[in-house]
Design a protein around this ligand. Structure first.
Ligand SMILES: C[S@@+](CC[C@H](N)C(=O)[O-])C[C@H]1O[C@@H](n2cnc3c(N)ncnc32)[C@H](O)[C@@H]1O
Length: 241
């Protein structure tokens, strides 16, 4: 904070905000994510260190000219990390929260990426159907009842919609998995971060929607990612667990 404060009163204001539980990144206006400086508007979700594992997995599945969709993009940190690694990809990003959308648009502007506002796939042009190679989402996955026991920083200063994953934390994942086969290329991948104890249920949701699925886990980052792949025989069944 010392380095960011321009005046003593700035510093006092920052210390007071921090004492009240405002996340440090919202006070500073930026977060470090995979070695990048990502702008964070106060009032949006702060990207987590563990999500770098989701980025690693996505990067490992990208070809040089892949079309990548960062759904529920928040600040755009995931998409920014992926396109910074390979500026030749075509990146799309979207979120339902207008504050997050404008923050992501600023973060992704150097790469000329357009960020769309709306509910999941709704703002994405139909022309992308069947053309997404890598669909990556760190969607909300906290079970509704668990939100009240989260740290104050999240509960009070990150939007409820960025945390609330419904009764079992997987409601948004169900909706994404149901729609994903329509948007993915044959051989395309859907990658979603979950809690460790949600991985097998999420994998089942993927399978029931015609995606093969596997779970990868990083002990070091305490991060779990479910990866689904659309193979030629994938039938869009639109079923939910
Ligand atoms: C857990 S935050 C993750 C943000 C970002 N992906 C990251 O990892 O930093 C979830 C994001 O999903 C967005 N979101 C929640 N429900 C959504 C929906 N129905 N459609 C699109 N975005 C949604 C929230 O606004 C929030 O930015």
């Amino acid at each position: 904070m010392l380095a960011e404060a321009k005046t003593n009163s700035d510093l006092n204001r920052m210390i007071e905000a921090r004492t009240n539980g405002v996340p440090l990144e919202q006070i500073l206006g930026w977060a470090e994510f995979r070695g990048l400086r990502v702008e964070i508007t106060p009032g949006i979700f702060v990207p987590r260190y563990k999500t770098e594992f989701l980025v690693e997995q996505a990067i490992s599945l990208c070809e040089s000219d892949s079309a990548v969709l960062d759904l529920c993009c928040g600040s755009g940190a995931i998409g920014l990390a992926i396109i910074s690694n390979n500026p030749a990809i075509q990146l799309l990003a979207s979120d339902i929260d207008p504050l997050a959308v404008s923050c992501a648009a600023r973060n992704l502007a150097p790469f000329g990426v357009e960020v769309f506002e709306g509910d999941l796939f709704e703002p994405i042009s139909e022309k992308w159907k069947g053309r997404i190679n890598v669909l990556v989402a760190n969607a909300p996955y906290v079970p509704t009842e668990a939100i009240e026991v989260m740290p104050r920083e999240s509960r009070l200063y990150e939007p409820h919609i960025s945390l609330d994953g419904g009764y079992d934390g997987l409601e948004v994942h169900r909706r994404i998995a149901m729609a994903a086969p329509d948007w993915l290329t044959t051989g395309g991948h859907l990658l979603i971060e979950t809690g460790e104890n949600q991985g097998s249920k999420a994998a089942k949701i993927f399978s029931q929607n015609g995606l093969t699925s596997r779970i990868v886990h990083s002990e070091e980052l305490d991060a779990t990612v479910v990866i689904g792949t659309k193979f030629p025989s994938t039938v869009t069944t639109h079923s939910a667990v």
